[in-house]
Design a protein around this ligand. Structure first.
Ligand code: ZN
Length: 172
């Protein structure tokens, strides 16, 4: 797929730690996770260990619907950091998730001319590993026994081999 030599630096890989592992694990399975506070009810993104509104620690993972609307965007024509340079022009965007939080992401399957504020979007996933197929977003309500299992061990996690990042495309 790419002539980039193995081991060359790239700047699109997530830094996965113990706290964010469930998020990336779910993404590699086709689910977008958000965090929700059990005390005040606020959903937030990016994931934090404390609620950004009330500072409660009673915050847990929740599977997002994957529905969002377009808040703002910018068409990027130049980015010298690999592998972004090979993708220009691409659309960097902020989307508003149906659950409320706004999220920085990339839009795919459209051009700048297609876009308008408020348009309906759906999550999709881009696999970052070389030659790995992209992950299909699972339909809303699809059963998922793995991503939210609190004590699920990381050893069978797909994310180690093929991390995936959420992107959004126009709703069908
Ligand atoms: Zn809260």
């Amino acid at each position: 797929m790419s002539a980039r030599p193995a081991g060359a630096p790239r700047f699109d890989l997530p830094e996965i730690d113990g706290f964010t592992h469930p998020y990336w694990d779910a993404a590699a399975r086709g689910h977008l996770l958000i965090r929700r506070c059990a005390d005040c009810g606020l959903a937030h993104h990016y994931p934090r260990e404390f609620c950004p509104r009330c500072w409660s620690e009673s915050v847990g993972w929740e599977r997002a619907s994957g529905r969002a609307t377009l808040y703002t965007w910018s068409v990027v024509h130049r980015n010298d950091l690999p592998p972004f340079g090979a993708r220009v022009p691409y659309i960097a965007a902020v989307v508003e998730l149906a659950e409320g939080p706004r999220m920085m992401t990339e839009l795919v399957g459209c051009t700048g001319q297609d876009l308008r504020v408020g348009m309906e979007l759906r999550v999709d996933f881009r696999t970052l590993a070389e030659d790995a197929p992209d992950v299909d977003a699972l339909p809303e309500g699809a059963p998922d026994v793995d991503a939210l299992a609190k004590d699920s061990p990381a050893k069978d996690s797909p994310v180690q081999d093929a991390p995936a990042v959420p992107v959004f495309r126009p709703a069908p």
